[in-house]
Design a binder for this molecule. Sequence first.
Ligand SMILES: [Fe+2]
Length: 222
Amino acid sequence: MTPEQQQSTLVTSGRSRTAPLQEHIDRAIEDLLASFPEPDQLAPDERRGIIARYTVVLEGNFIYWMTAAYLSGASGEAHSIIQDNLLEEVRDNHPGMLRKFAIAAHAVPTDSDALAVYRNLHNVRLFVGRLAGPKIVLMMAFFEGFITRFMPYLAELARRQGSAEYEYTDVHGVCDVVHTQELFRAVDAELTLMPAPLPPATELLEGVGLLRTLIENIVHHS
Ligand SMILES: [Fe+2]
């Protein structure tokens, strides 16, 4: 086998190993969305709380967690994909966009909103601090995938709060579809570099599980 053929076999087997992980993540997103209450069933303060807790989790953490994915990634491909993502986040001021969204929906986070997600947010931060390469990239692929699918729901909550500010939800409903696919490509590249045998899927999906719990906390807190 030539080195090129060897490389291509590695890449192919990496992809086939990524497919079950991607299926797990797609299912997790479907399950989350299906569990959310209909916006018209929510009281105004419940709608406000979901937007506020979402803002607590995303505004100050998304870029930091994506940076951790960059720092812990080992492959050139993952680095270049994550760098493009970070560049867009910083250059287009996504945290500022989210803050504007929360202000317009009268859902600026309070102390109690921050406290409501504190423990689950802390657990994700501890995980991120371990800088475990492919696991963080997987978690961010899940995050991007979830965010894209969540945007119509979030926009509907804001509309019912009397807001007409949709830049954040419009931008993230579109660009994150591309970002999610790119991040799965980054996962492929990271898995390809890992020595065989790969850890079991349950171990690779550790960060996905912690983030899923945090997202449930954003929506279902009462
Ligand atoms: Fe963003």
